[in-house]
Design a protein around this ligand. Sequence first.
Ligand SMILES: Nc1ncnc2c1ncn2[C@@H]1O[C@H](COP(=O)(O)OP(=O)(O)OP(=O)(O)O)[C@@H](O)[C@H]1O
Ligand SMILES: [Mg+2]
Length: 367
Amino acid sequence: MSNVVFQNIVKQFPAAGGAPGGLAVQDLDLTIEEGSLVTLLGPSGCGKTTTLRMLAGFETPTSGRITIGGRDVTHLPVNARNVGMVFQSYALFPHMTVRQNVEYGAKLQNLSKAELNSRVDEMLETMALTPYADRAPSRLSGGQQQRVALARAVVTRPKVLLFDEPLSNLDAQLRERMRDELRAIQLRLGITSLYVTHDQSEAMAISDRVVVMRNGVVEQADTPMNVYARPGTAFVAEFMGKANILEGEVQEIGEATVRTRIAGASFELPRGPHPLRPGQRVRCVLRPEYLRIDPQGPLTATVKRVVFQGGHVEYLTEIGGQECTVTDAQYFHGGIAEQGRPLRLALDTRPVWMLADDQNTNALKAA
Ligand SMILES: Nc1ncnc2c1ncn2[C@@H]1O[C@H](COP(=O)(O)OP(=O)(O)OP(=O)(O)O)[C@@H](O)[C@H]1O
Ligand SMILES: [Mg+2]
C-alpha cells in the first residue's frame, strides 16, 4: 500500500511570507489513492509547492500528520521517505552523461553493480533514451531532458512521485506531448503521484483527481469532469476555464428541473443538489460551449469584442447587462459577426450548473 494521507496539515511560515498571517496551508485533508495521480491546482502563492515539499520532507508541517502507506512520515528526513521528485528546472547534472544522471539516483541505494546496470538499462529503454545514453544533457531537447529527469526519479522505485510544474519550461506543443507521455508512464508504472501545476487544462488532462487551492485552503477536490462542470464555487468555475456566471431568477421548481429566468428568457434548467425557492436569485454557470448562435434562439447578446482564434471565433458579449463569452466554431458557414451587432443565442440547458445558495448570497452581496 502506498496511498498518501494529509491529515489536518497546517503550515505557517514566519510572517515574512505573503500568505495572510504567514499561513501557507490551512487545515489540509487530502488522500491520494494508491496508483492515482492527484493534481494541486491554483493561482500563484496558494500553497501548492509548500504542500508538495511537506510530503517530500523539505518542509515540516506546523501541525498535522502525513502518512505514506500507513506509515507516519511527518518528521522523517527526505531520504527516509522513498519519494521521487521531478522539478521545473530539471536539475540534471551538466557534467554527467544521460546514463550517469539516471544512475545517480539509484547509486545511493546500495545496489549490486549488476542490479544497478539492469535497472538503469530498463529505465533508459522505458523512457526511449537508450540512443542518448552517452550524451550530455545540454545536447538533448527539452522533452528529452524532461524524460531524463523522470527516469532519474523513477529508477529508485519510489513509493510516491512528486512533480512541481515539470512542463512549464517547454513550448506549448511539446508541453502537450510530454504531458500525455508522462501520464502514460505514470499509469504504466502505477506510481502514486502528486502533481503541481497552475495550468487547468494540464490538470484536467492528466489527473484522476484535481485539488483546487486558494489562499492555502482546498476549494474543491474532485474528478476533472466535476471540477469543470459542477464547480463548488464561482472561484473554481472561473479557474477551470472560461465560465459565464449569469444571474437568474427561480420561477418554478419541478421534479428534475427548475424554470429559471435569465436575461428575459425562460429556461428549464437541471435542478442540481442545492436547495432552492421560487423568487430566489441564482448564479448559473454557463460554459461558452453550451451556447450556440441561432437566429431563432431565445437570448439576445450584443457583441462587444471579437477575437479570432483559428479553430473558433470568440465573442465577448453582453446579455441583459451581464458579460458573456460565446465561441463559434462554425464561423466559416455563417461569417463573423461585427462589434456592436446583436447575436441570437440558443442554450443547451442540460449541462448548466447552479452554484450553491451561500455562493449565491455571497456573490450577490459582493456585486
Ligand atoms: N520559505 C518560506 N518562507 C516564508 N514564506 C513562504 C516560504 N515559502 C513559501 N512561502 C509563502 O507561502 C505561500 C505559499 O507558497 P507556495 O510556494 O506554496 O505557493 P505556490 O502555490 O507553489 O505558488 P506558485 O504557483 O507561484 O509556485 C506564499 O504566500 C509564499 O510567499
Ligand atoms: Mg510553486
